[in-house]
Design a protein around this ligand. Structure first.
Ligand SMILES: [Zn+2]
Length: 200
């Protein structure tokens, strides 16, 4: 459905689907409605020629899937924290999946190109997709979780594992904040464009 929307917007070559907030009001709702397996995160389907080796993550991937580069190349501390959280989430009846983790620079650059095509400007795209030079996904320091129930669970309980939501507009995106387990998570940035790291 999102791909059809992209074609309708005049981007037939768009090979991955990004949220369309201007069309729907909520990318979270869009993915929840259209793709229950990946609800809660923008779909990051493999671009042409860019597969698992560049960070594309198969459906159903968990933090235990070491054979998936998008998981294996995450920072070890982040991966360990996610595994601890995923175990507790499972106890609570919530399955925590990885929709995206580590990404190669090429993969991130492709996401950014497509976001600029989708949103019509670099400034708007920067609210959703970071530059390869500053992306926490490229450095292995960020994970997009799903489905929506898992993102909600992690927002409620992740602080104890040092896992914090980074951006208010991306409820699925978590990073490790090592001081969070004592003082709780810092407040989220409104979006990636408000992240001071995006301007370094
Ligand atoms: Zn993310």
């Amino acid at each position: 459905m999102a791909t059809a929307s992209a074609a309708a917007l005049g981007h037939p070559s768009l090979s991955l689907s990004l949220p369309f907030p201007q069309a729907t009001g909520s990318p979270f709702a869009l993915t929840t409605l259209t793709d229950p397996h990946r609800a809660g995160a923008p779909r990051t389907e493999p671009r042409r020629g860019l597969g698992a080796a560049d960070g594309a993550v198969p459906d159903g991937t968990t933090v235990a899937d070491d054979g998936v580069p998008g998981v294996a190349n995450l920072d070890p501390d982040l991966r360990a924290a996610l595994r601890g959280a995923a175990e507790q989430a499972a106890v609570d009846g919530v399955r925590l999946l990885v929709n995206s983790g580590w990404r190669s620079r090429d993969y991130q650059a492709g996401l950014l190109r497509d976001a600029i095509a989708t949103y019509g400007s670099g400034a708007e795209a920067a609210r959703w997709v970071a530059d390869p030079d500053t992306s926490a996904h490229v450095s292995g320091d960020a994970v997009d979780v799903g489905p929506a129930a898992a993102a909600t669970w992690l927002a409620d309980h992740g602080g104890a594992y040092g896992l914090c939501r980074t951006y208010a507009n991306e409820p699925w995106h978590f990073e490790l904040r090592t001081d969070a387990s004592e003082g709780g998570c810092p407040s989220s940035y409104a979006d990636a464009a408000h992240d001071p790291r995006s301007r370094r």
